[in-house]
Design a protein around this ligand. Sequence first.
Ligand code: PHE
Length: 329
Amino acid sequence: MQNKIDDIQNHFEKELNLIENSDQLEEFRVKYLGRNGSISELFEEFKSLPKEEKPKYGKTLNVLKNKYQSLFDSKKEEISAKSTVSKSDIDFTLPGRERKLGRTHILTQTMFEIKAFFKNLGFSIHEGPELESDYYNFEALNFPADHPARDMQDTYFVADDFLMRTHTSPVQIRLMKNSKPPIRAIMPGKVYRNEAISAKSYCLFHQVEGLFVDTDVTFAELKGTLVAFAKHFYGKDVKYRFRASYFPFTEPSAEVDVWWQPKGKEGKWLEILGCGMVDPNVLENVGIDSEKYVGYAFGMGVERIALLRYGINDIRLFFDNDNRFLTQF
Ligand code: PHE
């Protein structure tokens, strides 16, 4: 008797927990609670117990029976709740839930397009580190230590000699040191400047640097390339101008402005890039013979180019990650 009770106590709940559907439940019911199930068997045996044992087992058996009956009943409820959900509460004709697809950030899209444009003209693509040494960011680019042009850029210094690059021009130096002319490459990437954050400037932005070094590179060629670029991006009627400028690493230097005409407002010139003929000092710094080779270089601001193209009036929108802005592109 006691063995059988122990046996039921050891297995009843374990088996009950494994049940998943009403067929299994019925099988289980027959095994334990049915007319010939193990619990009925116990009551059968109970009848033939010696008189003095009856009170003790009588009580145990009743408690056991009630307990297991109620465990069984709640399992039964659980199973039937499950099956009604799967049969009647699901409307299979409802349209599915839309899964939102991610998309390429507008700056990345613009970057792709700039890269594709220059790739088609035969430029290769190179990248360089964002953490630079003073040498690559300034010194090799013809900014001596006390050169006033260093004030043009508000630099994030990380250590005495290391800084977050303020432009992509250091990649020119790395490239020229590691390869021989002819060199024709663009160098996209992030740059950092410690500027007060406003609608017009942010502490981080993107540039695409361009470099062409060969024996007979001319300013006219530089101009032709950049005009073709402006027309590609803003349409063939784009209004642009080349304005004389100054950079320590190019001579002569220019900046390119594009006319920005918001609807119903006063238009203005917006600068999109700097450019010029590579200063012979820079070529000498990287071991390229400046008597034999000439080069042109340009550096464009990707945010500027996108702002202008899409009529966006605040550069911070690019970095806020606001879906209402991002999903428009
Ligand atoms: N590096 C310059 C800037 O960040 C842009 C530039 C690049 C100008 C190459 C001339 C040639 O302002």
